[in-house]
Design a protein around this ligand. Structure first.
Ligand code: GLU
Length: 456
């Protein structure tokens, strides 16, 4: 069955790799089922939501390969939420409350002292019309709570009630809503918290699967009650484990270096980020993939483990490198042209195994085609002179290096590292890098001579 899924960020900051995990899991489900992916901005918080964050999120998603079929903004749908809220108010399922945060805190303390769970006691339900009018005349504005169906007969007698569902990721789940306070749906200033708008949108948009982090498990129980209150069939829910930093802390939107934008700027491949974000904390090994379609084919919601998954930037680095090492010349031709890297397929194959990020290829091109600072130790000068003497004539190919260094070995008696390292340092200015046999034809005779200290 084609799934309709949604990714619902609040545009109050940039998305990080953990948010990307949620977005990608939804996207892969849409791809796998030939379904629909909605991007929904949960932007009812006027103070903190910013259009530039929404724009940045769209850019980040596009860069990751996610192309939403539809984008909606909750701030543009307030009338729809008002209609749903009216319906619930008329049914007595949403009720006005006037307590201040201090009053609530006092009452919570009291309940704790009485050995009762510190949930909201529904005192506002008992207010008479006259009392409400008096409070409002006093300047108090109501916030509105949803009456959870956790009572038999008298709402003041809160009872255990388990809300159960078969989670798409975690299997059978259940939450006792008797241990929860009636959630506030509408703030004093009339603005909506995300809970009700989310349900109204899921219903209106025909969402069939809600896939999100396991920090929403309790919300799901509440939301299932809201679907019922609104007379709608709920979608199926799946809760994936969350990513933490390598040291086990939660990722927060403010964690700059793990934002998708920062990872892009650091040069990571979008597909490496996608594979890493999706596969860590699952039964699959984190390994390179050729496309999001391939990832969609192997990914399985039930394969996500329950424990949090640790995101280690070093592992991403290594996956990124492995991904680059497997790219064929045809995959990168345009990108090489943009970086001004000539050298064709032979050059790409010579250096790809040494790349950590794609931009490194331009550095290696500079090494063979540009100016470098050759490193020649004083005691190696005579060796360089021999190397110059024995330099073969052009044309050069990949056999030139062997012919040259064999002659040099014979003449000087040097071998192994003693033979090769001074040449590498002189020819590249570096003590590591791709095989010199493959680089040498690109460096060419003229540059080689100058780098060995010969006439320029
Ligand atoms: N805006 C909510 C969040 O970012 C959406 C949660 C959901 O997917 O329902 O946590």
């Amino acid at each position: 069955m084609s799934a309709t899924v949604r990714f619902a960020p609040s545009p109050t900051g940039h998305i990080h790799i953990g948010n990307a995990r949620t977005a990608l899991i939804n996207w892969l489900e849409a791809v796998r089922t030939d379904g629909t992916f909605l991007l929904r901005f949960d932007d009812t918080d006027k103070e903190r939501s910013r259009p530039e964050f929404a724009e940045a999120i769209e850019t980040d998603l596009r860069w990751l390969g996610i192309a939403p079929h539809r984008t909606i903004r909750q701030s543009e749908r307030l009338a729809t939420y008002d209609a749903a809220a009216e319906k619930l108010k008329a049914a007595g399922l949403v009720y006005p409350c006037y307590e201040t945060p201090e009053e609530l805190e006092r009452r919570r303390r009291l309940r704790r002292a009485q050995g009762k769970p510190p949930v909201y006691d529904r005192a506002a339900l008992k207010l008479t019309d006259a009392e409400r009018t008096a409070l409002e005349a006093d300047g108090r504005k109501p916030h509105w709570r949803f009456l959870l169906p956790n009572y038999d007969g008298d709402p003041a007698e809160i009872a255990r009630r388990d809300i159960a569902w078969d989670d798409l990721c975690r299997g059978p789940q259940s939450v006792d809503i008797g241990s929860l306070s009636d959630p506030v749906l509408i703030r004093e200033d009339g603005s909506y918290l995300y809970t009700l708008p989310s349900i109204v949108d899921d219903i209106d948009c025909g969402v069939t699967e809600v896939l999100r982090g396991d920090d929403h498990i309790t919300n799901t129980a509440v939301q299932l009650c809201l679907f019922e209150a609104l007379g709608a069939d709920p979608p199926r829910f799946g809760h994936h484990n969350l990513l933490t930093t390598a040291s086990g802390e939660g990722l927060s939107k403010r964690l700059g270096s793990l934002s998708v934008g920062a990872l892009r700027d650091a040069g990571y491949e979008p597909l490496a980020i996608a594979a890493h974000a999706v596969l860590i904390g699952t039964s699959h090994a984190v390994a390179p993939v050729a496309s999001l379609n391939e990832l969609a084919g192997m990914f399985d919601l039930k394969g996500i483990s329950r424990a949090p998954a640790r995101f280690d930037p070093e592992e991403l680095k290594s996956l990124n490198a492995r991904m680059l090492h497997g790219l064929d010349y045809e995959d990168v031709t345009d990108r090489l042209a943009i970086l001004g890297v000539a050298g064709g397929e032979d050059f790409w194959e010579a250096v790809r195994g040494n790349l950590e990020v794609f931009a490194d290829v331009a550095d290696w091109w500079q090494v063979v085609d540009g100016d470098i600072d050759p490193v020649v130790a004083e005691e190696d000068r005579p060796f360089m002179a021999d190397a110059l003497d024995l330099l073969p004539d052009e044309p050069w190919d990949e056999t030139t290096w062997k012919a040259w260094t064999s002659a040099l070995k014979e003449k000087t008696g040097r071998k192994g590292k003693q033979l090769f390292m001074p040449l590498r340092l002189a020819l590249t200015g570096l003590d590591h890098g791709p095989e010199l046999a493959r680089l040498l034809p690109f460096i060419g005779r003229r540059r080689t001579m100058s780098r060995l200290g010969g006439p320029a």
